[in-house]
Unconditional design. Structure first.
Length: 350
């Protein structure tokens, strides 16, 4: 792993509690001074327009192709563009796109509920709780025991079939991502009953409209068998792509001790996050999530500014002696899978 601070600096040093409250302030002041928190409405308008036109082009190609197995390859660009659509919903949830809550919610509902069949409210609630306490075993929903587990204690408590899954979770991780696209839709529908009545009506109607439109498109152009095959391939590739974008960010990084010393905002976000090196292609494929440290420090920062703020954050962390974890994409997966394998040992026979 490439890093800009010694590997030994992985937690707050003794006696740092009194200073932690001010560690983030100088950086925030510098970032505000350079205008990096200001909205980029024009950039987002162009990006949303291009993404919508690309989606329309794929759908047009699907319709023109008609009843043939050659429509299946179109599931690949559709899955990639679906992930791009999810990134837009993600940015709207963090108020990166517009200043007003209503405008961001409208963008999120359009891209999440209508275009993807994924609840914007469910995702926003879950994701914001993750941002508030990343990798905190009691507060971050992303590290709660589910299909996968993230601590030896969680692994040791598994029984039956799920214990077998835990034993092999590192090698099963990527195959399980093929189910993520469908799992997101199921969780979205389940969340509807926990929403306020007015929100439930809006979100439910948009989810239903997506399902009806998606089914109508497939069944109008293809017989049932081919339509099901296309849908399964599209959702599998979408889940895989989205999961591979989120997987490098926190897995295998520090997990705060619930009973230990409380970290300030900067250390809580930096020490639990990992950046992925790369260029424009990496930025595009991962939707800016490769700048995970910067995104967690400044969640409302517009996506194109994350690359610009990175040198400031890296230098600030170096001055503080705080580990700034950064590595290549493949190595980030290796680190995450190594963590899953190590945790899974608690479910394996002695």
């Amino acid at each position: 792993m490439s890093q800009t601070a010694p590997p030994s600096v992985s937690a707050a040093p003794a006696g740092a509690t009194a200073q932690q409250g001010s560690e983030f302030t100088p950086l925030l002041r510098k970032v505000k001074g350079q205008g990096l928190l200001e909205r980029r409405r024009g950039w987002y308008l162009r990006m949303i327009t291009v993404n919508f036109l690309a989606l329309a082009a794929v759908v047009t190609g699907f319709v023109l192709a008609g009843d043939t197995w050659w429509t299946l390859p179109l599931a690949v660009p559709l899955a990639v563009l679906s992930a791009r659509t999810a990134y837009i919903g993600h940015d709207a949830g963090h108020a990166q796109i517009a200043a007003g809550r209503r405008a961001n919610r409208a963008i999120g509902l359009l891209h999440g509920n209508l275009l993807l069949g994924m609840s914007y409210a469910w995702w926003n609630d879950k994701h914001n709780r993750h941002h508030a306490n990343p990798n905190h075993i009691e507060k971050d929903p992303d590290v709660g025991a589910g299909a996968l587990v993230w601590t030896a204690e969680q692994a040791a408590a598994r029984r039956g079939f799920v214990r077998w899954v835990t034993r092999h979770q590192a090698r099963l991780f990527f195959p399980m991502l093929l189910l993520e696209g469908i799992a997101l839709k199921v969780s979205s529908v389940q969340h509807l009953r926990r929403q306020p009545a007015r929100e439930r009506v809006v979100e439910g109607a948009l989810l239903a409209l997506h399902a009806a439109g998606y089914a109508a498109l497939l069944l109008t152009c293809l017989p049932v068998g081919k339509a099901v095959a296309f849908a399964l391939l599209h959702q599998a590739l979408f889940g895989l792509h989205l999961g591979m974008a989120f997987a490098p960010n926190h897995k295998g990084m520090d997990m705060p001790d619930p009973a230990g010393e409380r970290w300030g905002h900067l250390r809580r976000q930096v020490l639990t996050s990992r950046n992925v090196r790369g260029g424009p292609v990496t930025d595009w494929l991962l939707g800016g999530l490769n700048y995970q440290i910067e995104h967690h420090l400044f969640p409302s920062m517009p996506r194109p500014h994350l690359r610009l703020v990175q040198p400031l954050v890296r230098e600030h962390c170096r001055d503080l002696g705080v580990l700034y974890a950064e590595t290549g994409l493949l190595d980030s997966y290796r680190q995450g899978m190594r963590h899953l394998h190590t945790v899974g040992a608690a479910a394996r026979p002695e």
